[in-house]
Design a binder for this molecule. Sequence first.
Ligand code: NOJ
Length: 583
Amino acid sequence: MTALDRAWWKEAVVYQIYPRSFNDSDGDGLGDIPGIVEKVDYLDSLGVDCVWLNPVYESPGVDNGYDISDYRAIMDEFGTMADWKELRDALHERGIRLIMDLVVNHTSDEHAWFVNSRSSKDAEYREYYWWREGRTPEGTGLDPDDYDTPADVDEVPPNNWDSFFGGPAWTYDDQTGEWYLHLFDERMPDVNWETADLREELFEMMEWWLDNGIDGFRMDVINLISKPDGLPDGEDPTAIVKGVDKFTNGPRVHDYLSELHDRVLEGTDSMTVGEMAELSIEEAKRYVGEDGDGMSMVFTFDHMRLDMTDAGRWSYRESSPRELKETMTHWQDGLADEGWNSLFLNNHDEPRQVSRFGDVGEGYRRESAKLLATVLHTLRGTPYIYQGEELGMTNYPFDSLDEIRDVDTIKNVRAAQKSGQLDEDDVMDLVRYRTRDNARTPMQWDDSEHAGFTDGTPWMPVNPNKDTINAEDARNDPDSVWHYYRDLIDLRTERDVVVYGEYDLRLPEHESLWVYTRTLETDDGEDTLLVVLNFGNDETEFEPPADLVGESAEILISNYDTDVNAVEQTTLRPWEARVYDLA
Ligand code: NOJ
């Protein structure tokens, strides 16, 4: 056997916690860190190896913590630094690592750097952000009426870039009569990585967290940090967010990330996972490959785009299981020899996976949740479980826009309505399907009034299906989605082939079956698993690939009762998932 290129983060299962919605210990309706401490034994019993904590830093909360006003302090509502240390220790005592969200493309406008930066043109921290003069409108193609400027200012911004949250990426600031850049909300100004002192402060902040015992970082929108010289207009006429062709994977991003790696991460055995929309495999290798910037892995989003048209997030198209299989296979193959995949089908920015890719309408919620779990835990890469996924939690039945809290949904929907892209009739269907708030309703611990999340009034409504979908019931039911996750996690711990085995797609043309083998050369020969997944509500004939027919095999895990001793032709039941161990 060739020695495996082992790493703890390849073998780990990561559990993502959105603190606001996980568990409230003090009855204010918002989850908090002591609330997470109360649930550490829950995480331990599920068997996860690492927790990724969404931002808990001091923040005015415009984007639920992705707008940081102090990187070295904990938001009051979430607790104190002492609480955070208690959580860190409670996790570490159980052998669970902790990674923190690193948000360094932007800060809050309440961060001391920005407060100083906006105060005058020669302020000490002016160059920590992107300040530019406006342009006269002539010849720019931009209309001054589209921007919020004082009546006597007849200007348009320095370029045509849009914000991901809808509307322009520039805001005019009265105090100095210049515009500042924000790729997200106007209260989240982008920092300027060109400024060496800024980079140094960020690196020191990262070192401070590592000195405080964390095990790595999830790096927010990290491929946006380098902006091109001269900040040119976006030129891609099809881009939904104008400028994305200019500021994504920008010219110095690899210099910055290699510097960050050499300066902060080298020799620490920490893991990093970079969030990167708009990424090809070739580009991904520049971040995670052998000659890359030293990142452990990336979150990519091709599979999260399958149900959108070219009009982007606020559109819908029906996608097929085959497209999902092909897209994920593309990444499995692409990073097979170099780099490493992260495996997820939902997170705090996406709807619930069982509502999106499984079945919640015709009675197969449980089966389809288990099938999706099988995919995530038997592909090659590191699986991420988003809180509540292990219960098969579903989207929330939102009735009206008034129930939506998410700044991204609200702003984008308004912008799409204004431009005529969405009319009133389409809006609620789409919001119900797509909003990030689907992922942010409280964790369902039990069937009590607020699902055991809080004694107060929850900041987001609890899904009424908490009566049947909750952790307490799931743990008492050996056939639950929860126990299935436990079994999958155990399997990963027991069998190297699950982590390191080569992925090989079989029956590529099949419309609803996703079939693959995972193979690992060992000292004792070859260890092979065969994974067979029936994506859909219909029964499907499985004709095994000819070379596998008759191979002796047993079922390692399945979401139906199944007993086999060989790979044979068979009829698979709706959403049936089987992992065969080929002897
Ligand atoms: C990606 C995060 O996951 C999302 O929640 C946030 O709104 C944006 N980055 C901006 O930080």
